[in-house]
Write a protein that binds this ligand. Structure first.
Ligand code: ATP
Length: 306
């Protein structure tokens, strides 16, 4: 299957000589939700801006929907909808006019049916005759998405879609993004909220200092790099880790009441059975057991700080 976005050996050096992207290679499959994660200044916006034709590439090749973004700029750009990080929506226009106008910018003939569907999908239909400047921040964000979808792109970029929005709206946005995907739209989002990637993405790419350091299926990533933790709450405190457990990956809490055993998610459970057996043999009793898996956030922080 031809990827919706194909990036090959992409480099970007800004005019001041700063190398913002270094040999990026990335394919985005049709219909997937791809989350691009990375610390501030890693190069996420630069990468998106190049794919969307806003920033020139220095070297390499990028295709969107099969069209080269340089040689076939118009076709490539037509296949993309972009919701930028900055919202510039202090407009006197009505929602309906703004969204219809966006479609016109791509040279597409008016399609009131499509605009109506987009506005309804984004719960903006009731607001169609309102001026944009009179809307709440969350509604304005929806208008930005409606504008990006006005020309029926098959690929949608969301740059920090939920930065600064409240929890409820964030959940609404996630729901909406899933709906878009169900309608066949390929979605690439950047986010600082790891929870967002954990909740929505099919695949995750991590970018650090202009380099892609990892691209992985989300579930595989979590099981591959994730750790599990087993906490045993002891009946009586220990003053140190017993010698019989010296070789096990075990920590003791400060108050001596908790033994914490950490192991790879992928590892079989033999270690746990061994630990429990040893404790039984030593007569160490415990009153509670808890297990916990590391979150994507912990995995991410580990990755970018390596
Ligand atoms: N026009 C420019 N000229 C020179 N350097 C630039 C320019 N634009 C961006 N940069 C630098 O390129 C690097 C990547 O910036 P970019 O905005 O792509 O990062 P980002 O990952 O999107 O960060 P954030 O999460 O903060 O939005 C940064 O170090 C930034 O200072």
């Amino acid at each position: 299957m031809q990827p919706d976005i194909s990036v090959k050996h992409l480099n970007k050096v800004y005019a001041d000589g700063f190398s913002a992207l270094k040999d990026i290679n990335l394919d985005i499959k049709p219909g997937e939700i791809f989350a691009l994660l990375g610390p501030n200044g890693a190069g996420k916006t630069t990468l998106i801006s190049i794919i969307c034709g806003i920033v020139n590439l220095s070297d390499g090749e990028v295709k969107a929907a099969g069209y080269d973004i340089v040689k076939d700029y118009r076709r490539a750009r037509e296949s993309i909808g972009l919701v930028p990080q900055e919202l510039n929506t202090d407009s006197f226009e009505t929602v309906w006019d703004a969204v219809s106008f966006s479609r016109g910018l791509f040279g597409k003939p008016p399609a009131p049916d499509h605009i109506e569907k987009v506005l309804k999908d984004l719960s903006l239909w009731d607001k169609r005759n309102n001026r944009i400047m009179s809307l709440s921040g969350g509604m304005k964000r929806r208008v930005m998405i409606a504008k990006a979808l006005s020309h029926e792109p098959r690929i949608l970029f969301l740059d920090e879609p939920t930065a600064g929005v409240d929890v409820e709206l964030r959940r609404d946005m996630w729901e909406m993004v899933r709906k878009l995907r169900a309608n066949g739209v390929t979605i690439i989002l950047t986010t600082h909220y790891i929870e967002e990637a954990e909740e929505m993405a099919d695949r995750i790419g991590v970018i650090r200092e202009g380099e892609i350091i990892l691209v992985e299926d989300k579930t595989r990533l979590m099981s591959k790099l994730g750790k599990k933790e087993l906490r045993l709450h002891l009946q009586n405190p220990l003053d140190k880790i017993p010698g019989q457990l010296a070789l096990e990956p075990v920590d003791l809490s400060e108050d001596g009441y908790e033994l914490i055993y950490t192991f790879d998610s992928q590892q079989e459970q033999a270690g746990v059975a061994r630990l429990l057996r040893t404790l039984g043999e030593m007569g160490i009793e415990f009153r509670d057991i808890q297990t916990r898996e590391s979150s994507l956030e912990e995995i991410f922080v580990g990755l970018v700080n390596e």
